[in-house]
Design a protein around this ligand. Structure first.
Ligand SMILES: [Zn+2]
Length: 244
């Protein structure tokens, strides 16, 4: 075999591989983690998201067949696999497969150092244990540093971070890391209050329970009065912490 035909053979072999196998190989050879709440967009090359979607569609079809749903004759289920694949990759889990939305930072020209709070920002996720929705509200408190970002960008970044399978505690940590990376605030506080469908739709079937968790960093961590101010500001807002 000439080296050319060997190369051709390798290419053919690769072309028969599933897209997920190719991407997984890439991730593993770089030693990159690919847990449910990791973003892997740097390892997905142009055109691969489309073939990955076809692969997921094929797998969802198999899942529906194993659930003994007659996808050939049930008019409601015929295109379900296609819809679910598209929804996973481009909507509800887009934060895994798509790159972070563009966020431009600006210098904090007036050296603003008063804290401000944003919220509620709607967040939607899915629990990584059952893949059912987690839906809630998020509040963000910032004590600005040298850089600032537009307030709508917080909502875009939160949407991108939460659009992955998660557990709530890790989602909040990842969001905090991303915001710190983007605008390097002197202090950051995040609070999330969310309903978990794995508690209200299945399991204990308790529809009124919310989970609230928060994270405080920088000056919010070191200065109890600042932390207090953040929680007071959140409480004053509609849909704030009054647990109803
Ligand atoms: Zn769950």
């Amino acid at each position: 075999m000439t080296s050319n035909s060997t190369e051709q053979g390798v290419k053919e072999k690769i072309s028969f591989q599933l897209t997920s196998e190719i991407i997984r190989h890439r991730l593993k050879s770089e030693g990159e983690r690919f847990h449910a709440n990791d973003n892997i967009s740097d390892y997905i090359f142009p055109g691969e998201l489309e073939t990955l979607q076809e692969e997921v569609e094929m797998r969802v079809k198999e899942l529906l067949k194993s659930l003994l749903i007659d996808i050939d004759n049930d008019h409601n289920s015929q295109d379900t696999a296609k819809r679910v694949a598209r929804m996973y990759l481009n909507e509800v889990f887009k934060g895994r497969y798509h790159k972070q939305p563009n966020v431009t930072d600006f210098p904090n020209a007036r050296n603003l150092d008063e804290i401000y709070t944003l919220g509620p920002i709607s967040v939607r996720s899915a629990c990584s244990h059952h893949l059912v929705p987690i839906i809630g509200d998020c509040w963000i408190g910032i004590k600005p540093g040298d850089k600032v970002i537009g307030i709508s960008k917080f909502a875009r970044v939160a949407d991108w971070v939460f659009s992955r399978p998660h557990i709530q505690e890790e989602a909040v940590m990842i969001l905090a890391d991303e915001i710190e990376r983007l605008c390097e605030p002197k202090g950051l506080a995040i609070l999330v209050k969310a309903k978990h469908f794995c508690m209200c739709w299945r399991g204990v079937k308790e529809p009124n329970t919310s989970m609230i968790n928060s994270i405080v960093r920088g000056d919010f961590r070191h200065d109890p009065s600042l932390k207090q101010e953040f929680f007071e500001l959140v409480k004053q807002q509609p849909n704030g912490l009054a647990c109803n």
